[in-house]
Design a protein around this ligand. Sequence first.
Ligand code: BES
Ligand code: MN
Ligand code: ZN
Length: 505
Amino acid sequence: MNITVKTGSLTNFDCEILLVGHFEDNQMPEGTARLLDEKCNGLITELIEQRDFEGKLYSSSVVYTRGLLRSRRIMITGLGKKKEFNLEKLRGVFSKACQKIRDLSITQLATSLDFGESEFSIRETAQAAVEGAMLGLYRFTPYKTLEEDEKGEISEFTIVESRPGLLEDVKDGAKTAEIISRAVYCARDLVSTPSNDMTPTILADRAGDVAKEGNLKFEVLNEAAMKELGMNALLGVARGSAEEAKLIILEYNGGSKNDKPVVLVGKGVTFDSGGISIKPSEKMDEMKSDMSGGAAVIGTIKAAAELKIPLNVVGIIPATENLPGGKAYKPGDVLKSMSGITIEIKNTDAEGRLILADALTFAGKYKPAAIIDLATLTGACVIALGDYLTGMLGTDSDLKEKIHSASDATGETVWELPLWHEYDELIKSDVADIKNTGGRAGGTITAALLLKRFAGDYPWVHLDIAGPALLLKDKPYIPKGASGVGVRLLVQFLMDRSQSSNANP
Ligand code: BES
Ligand code: MN
Ligand code: ZN
């Protein structure tokens, strides 16, 4: 889809359909809807007066302009109640409207962001509108070969801005949204790809493609190199698989040479069968998404580079399969991690924390300003917070606060759970320093307490994305399937951070 911003008025713009918004509580169309209405002899007013269209959130009506305008159709879409309106709703509005337009087999649309007076800046309005449209129109089709599955796409999305002073801000917001949405697409594609086509080696290759495009530093450690470093926790998990494990490292240096980097660590289990402690077969297919944290890290760094965020950012993705095999690691085994801490394996399905343990130790090499890890780590987090919330646990309250505000801005909602130190007892082992599970109760907390031991003294936050990584139902602007969760949150976090570090160097 081409996103274009043009100066002019929608009233004389020539396009298959014009998309405008209307608030539920308004008796009369406002902003651009009013201008179109005037040109069309009250077509929209009539619709509202007859209550055929009430402006309810996500509702829409299509009317034909019958030669009164150059464009044949207008879609009027509901923005809901004005006092409840916000950018998260706007994302949903643009998503739903564009999905309907696509269903009508219409391939080009033009829209205006003038809905009357607004408390939101035009820049953030443009960003939310384009993000909503792009994120909502995402489909994953590479494996569809039958004609019946072939559906058209919207090829042209034009924002027409009549207020000359706002043009640059609209362009800027739209461009930012496009970069971020493409990064989310990148993460979703990686996650949606089935594990037979998304092995650790292939994931590393895809990260390499991103690195090449973005001019990033890129390195992949193979098993021999990891052995050299003593990464036996990661290698232990990899032993059951015939696919070689990889440690993927991406570096974007947008900051000054001496700026300490933000290190992002993403769980990259390309398939989690549970290993010897095998999972039930029902829903095991969903475990192709167990590299969602890694995918989010790749997407975030891609966007950071394209947005030229003035920060140094390192991405580390420990990538492996977790399979039962003749050489697989077993319950009762003890693994010596890169940090020297020994870990007794109680359950081979608690593999994520093992590969993250070594990746976090490795992250220390960069003397990071902050470490943020993302992982589909625990089913317990889904039980605690449900399918939509990301669990957040960490050692640094400032970092947590910043992530919280990025959460508010992006709608990628996080909720904090406590790193409750009393529960350290639960991961004590009789034979090793620690064990890899603390039982069912408080499972997200005990997993995070294990990670904490490997994060050193660096400001660190862990994000458990087991719930929102893969959606089983559509959300307003996230079609079911891989959500790409984490990308928008982290990009926002990095943008905010670069701005505040500019303000007080
Ligand atoms: N990848 C899973 C967690 C998961 C579950 C993600 C459901 C998304 C949806 C993780 O590796 C795992 O298996 N965790 C175990 C830990 C347990 C054995 C302590 C779990 O949550 O059951
Ligand atoms: Mn597992
Ligand atoms: Zn897992």
